[in-house]
Structure formats: structure tokens, C-alpha cells
Design a protein around this ligand. Structure first.
Ligand code: RFL
Length: 401
């Protein structure tokens, strides 16, 4: 993109909406396959490269990034993880999931670092990525030559991109899914009946592996991001607000819910840099596209952070979509025809796993939740005592090949 902005009218094969993990993997892989594409992104480059979100990348996804030469910095910076810890009633139980699933590992690498790498890789090979594209609209999706219009916020100029396909990778609130005619898609949604307070802190991790704590006052999670930053989660009632959670209350509640009964363990605290109330809901749309529009990532499905699957699904969709579009230009539409079904199979598997894990980790506080808490503990004890159950957990948690 130049300072004078893009040409008012341009043509490409694939217009990619959104420069998140899904859109950027589609764009990078299409470029590698020699398929011309243009990416339009609503925000600035600095914004997308600094937006903290996910942090756990599956082994399979890292291998895909390596295959395409997109994992150099990840390989230098990411920590590989092989186990996680559950805390119930103040006692810790470690699961060495890697040993249970062929030595596969998780990689802790913040989402914004991956986005930074994928933006650099795309632009570095001359890719056309247009930031600050305001008012994006999709047209003629039912025809063989759809188009995308927007206004370049930096110059105020209107622009149009004519294309063969649109890859809708603009997240849950994007314009792509909303552009599909009413009734063409079936939506499935579920609210899990809890909220999570999500906290990002400039605090070194107090653990070597992720901690999931089941406590009578609610779930608490300690996630890893880097040597200087940690993410924490606290279960809250639906309708709760960030305003009810001053920093002192956050730390007090984390100390209480994560505490160990018979061991010394200290929670390292630090300045809180982000606090958000997460509405714990799941959503899937079927099929993942309409006409010449194909949806990928959060544009087609959202999943709670339980199990760390959202970004991994977005990258999986993106890989499948790029591969299918490349095959189309090589003369075969079989992969494109199967795209939605292929992705949805993994999406529903992950939704089921995430829901299962949500039920295990949460129970309503107080007397009403006592029965469910016992079920949650029984479920966890099953994984901890049965090698078969533990192996099934490991396969889902690490991501099926
Ligand atoms: P994204 O990342 O939302 O990117 C969409 C991009 O599209 C742009 N956009 C538009 N551009 C043009 N025109 C429009 N009208 C547009 N509307 C939107 C946006 O600016 C953005 O750049 O979607 P994508 O690529 O599908 O990626 C999905 C992932 O970001 C998401 O699933 C994960 O972050 C979910 N998630 C986690 N996933 C994991 O795999 N592991 C984790 O540990 C994990 N932790 C998390 C998470 C999500 C969280 N939040 C904030 C929802 C933790 C949190 C707190």
C-alpha cells in the first residue's frame, strides 16, 4: 500500500477480508501457491500486531507453519509445553499429556506475535495488504465475479476490488457472514451460563505449565504467555461487570482459588494491563459459506477459550481454504466443494471437547452447585486414574492430527 492509497479499482483472484490469523494464513498460502490475492483490514497494522488474545498453538499447526516457512521466529521464541496441572480442593494433579499422545507438544506463542510474523511474511513477498479499510461491503456473491468496496481511511478515497472469490476472515463481528442473504445459513449458538473475567498482567508466570483450578467459589486459570506476561481467568456470574473487579479483588480471588493446601506456592503479581469480561458462548454457522464467499475462523464459529482452540481452528480453516482455492486454479473443485464439511468436522469436535472441559472445570457456586461440583471432580479423577481416559483427553487437548 502506498501513501496515495490503492488504485480505486483493482482486480484479483481472491479478496481476503480481515488480517487476523485466518485471513493472514489464507493470504500467505495463496501467495506461495501463486494465486493472486488482496487483503483488506479495518484496523491499522500497529493495532492488529498488538492485540493480545490467544497464546497456545497446537503441535500440528506449528508443523504446518514450519512446512510453509512461517515459523522461524516462533521456533526461536516459543516455549514448548508437555503437561498441564489441575488443582482440586488445594491439591495439584499433573497430566503429562505429551507422553500420552506421541510426544506432541503445545507451543506458547502470543497471537499478536504470530500475526506480526504473518503480516511481515506476506508484505515481505510483495503481498497487497490494505489496512484501515473502512466500510467494507461485499457485492454479487452469487455471481462468478463478486466485488468488495471500502473507503481507505488514510486518504478518504473509495476503492473497489473485483475478484473470483471472497475469503471472509473478519471475525465474529465482521461484515462477511452478515452479507449472506437471510435464511441461507443455519446458526447454532449456546451460552454456557457463566462468564470469565480475563486478565492480562505484566507478571512472570508462577508456574511452568497451565493451571486449571476447581474451587468452591469458581474456576480460576493461570495461562502462560511469555517470561514477563501471564493471563489469568476467573469464573464470574453472568451479568457481572469489570467494574466489580478492582485489581486488589482480582489478586485476592486468584490467590484464594489457586492456593495449595499442603505446599508452599506463591502467585507472582504485577501490573494488570487488560481486564475483560468474556461472555462464554459458542456459535457455529453451517455451511461455512455462500456462493463465492467462504468463511474461515471466528467469522464462521466462536468457541470459548476453554481448551485453547479458537486460533487453532482459524489457522486450520485458513490452511484448508487456501489449499482448496489453489486446487480450483489448478483445475479441481473437489476440495472447495468439501471445504465447509471438512472444517465443520473439526469445529464440532473442538466444540464438544471445549464444552466437556467447561463442565469439568465449572460448577455453580453455593449449595445449588454441590452436585455438579462432585460430577466435575469425578470426571477429573477419571482422567487422573484411567490411562485410557487420559489418552483421550491428551488427543483432544493437543489437537487431533
Ligand atoms: P480475528 O482474530 O478476530 O481477526 C479478524 C480480523 O478481521 C478484521 N475485521 C475487519 N476487516 C475489514 N472489514 C471489517 N468489517 C472487519 N471486521 C473485522 C479485524 O480487525 C481482525 O483483524 O479472527 P480469526 O482470524 O478468525 O482468528 C480467531 C482468533 O483470533 C480467536 O479464535 C482466538 O483469539 C480465540 N482465543 C484463543 N484461541 C486459542 O486457540 N487459544 C487460546 O488460548 C485463546 N485464548 C482467545 C483467547 C480469545 C480471547 N478473546 C479476546 C475473545 C483468549 C481471549 C481473551
Amino acid at each position: 500500500m502506498t501513501n496515495s492509497g490503492p488504485d480505486p479499482v483493482s482486480a484479483t483472484k481472491v479478496a481476503v477480508i480481515g488480517a487476523g490469523p485466518a485471513g493472514l494464513i489464507v493470504a500467505n498460502l495463496l501467495r506461495k501457491a501463486g494465486v493472486d490475492c488482496v487483503v483488506v483490514e479495518r484496523h491499522t497494522r500497529a493495532y492488529v500486531e498488538q492485540r493480545p488474545r490467544a497464546g497456545m498453538i497446537e503441535h500440528r499447526v506449528v508443523e504446518m507453519l514450519r512446512r510453509h516457512g512461517l515459523a522461524d521466529r516462533l521456533d526461536q521464541m516459543a516455549d514448548a509445553h508437555t503437561s498441564c496441572e489441575f488443582r482440586i480442593d488445594g491439591r495439584r494433579h499433573e497430566i503429562d499429556y505429551s507422553a500420552l499422545y506421541g510426544g506432541r507438544r503445545h507451543y506458547v506463542y502470543p497471537q499478536q506475535e504470530l500475526v506480526t510474523d504473518l503480516v511481515a511474511a506476506f508484505l515481505g513477498t510483495g503481498g497487497d495488504l490494505r489496512f484501515q479499510a473502512e466500510g467494507v461491503r461485499l457485492h454479487d456473491l452469487d455471481t462468478e465475479r463478486p466485488s468488495v468496496t471500502y473507503t481507505d481511511a488514510a486518504t478518504g478515497r473509495a476503492a473497489r476490488i473485483d475478484c473470483d472469490f471472497v475469503a471472509g476472515c473478519d471475525g465474529f463481528h465482521g461484515v462477511s457472514r452478515a452479507s449472506v442473504p437471510a435464511g441461507a445459513l443455519t446458526e447454532y449458538s449456546h451460552h454456557h451460563g457463566i462468564n470469565w473475567l480475563s486478565v492480562l498482567a505484566a507478571a512472570p508466570p508462577s508456574t511452568r505449565s497451565v493451571i486449571y483450578a476447581i474451587h468452591p467459589d469458581g474456576f480460576a486459570g493461570h495461562m502462560l504467555r511469555s517470561s514477563t506476561v501471564s493471563r489469568f481467568y476467573l469464573q464470574c456470574p453472568v451479568g457481572d461487570s469489570v467494574d466489580n473487579w478492582p485489581d486488589e479483588r482480582v489478586w485476592a480471588e486468584l490467590r484464594k482459588r489457586l492456593a495449595l493446601r499442603d505446599e508452599r506456592w506463591t502467585l507472582t503479581e504485577g501490573p494488570i494491563t487488560e481486564k475483560r469480561m468474556l461472555d462464554m458462548r459458542s456459535f457455529v454457522v453451517e455451511p461455512m459459506g455462500h456462493g463465492r464467499l467462504h468463511l474461515a475462523g471466528d467469522a464462521a464459529h466462536v468457541i470459548t477459550p476453554v481448551g485453547g482452540k479458537g486460533m487453532n481452528l482459524a489457522l486450520h480453516d485458513g490452511e484448508r481454504l487456501a489449499e482448496a482455492l489453489a486446487a480450483h486454479y489448478a483445475g479441481s473443485d473437489a476440495l472447495l466443494g468439501a471445504y465447509s464439511e471438512t472444517c465443520l468436522r473439526r469445529v464440532w469436535r473442538c466444540q464438544e471437547f471445549s464444552r466437556w472441559m467447561t463442565e469439568m472445570l465449572h460448577a455453580p457456586a453455593g449449595e445449588g452447585g454441590a452436585f455438579q461440583r462432585r460430577l466435575a471432580v469425578a470426571r477429573l479423577e477419571h482422567i487422573l486414574s484411567s490411562p485410557v481416559a487420559a489418552a483421550a483427553f491428551a488427543e483432544d487437548y493437543l489437537g487431533q492430527d
